[in-house]
Ligand binder design. Sequence first.
Ligand SMILES: [Zn+2]
Length: 66
Amino acid sequence: MDSRKVADCRRFPSEKGCSVTIAGPEDEVLEVAVQHAVASHGHPDTPELRQQLRGMLEDEKPAPRA
Ligand SMILES: [Zn+2]
């Protein structure tokens, strides 16, 4: 069982009002979130950024069945 994580950009201070949500296995979410933060938000790719992003990850809530 891999635990899926969510990084919600709305929880991250942003001057762009970004509302992207990234979901998936923790390592992949972190990698995509780093790329997104660098490409879309102009953050430098640093260990501190990764630390900060990792701290943002939340457990993915099960999708509601319609
Ligand atoms: Zn964003």
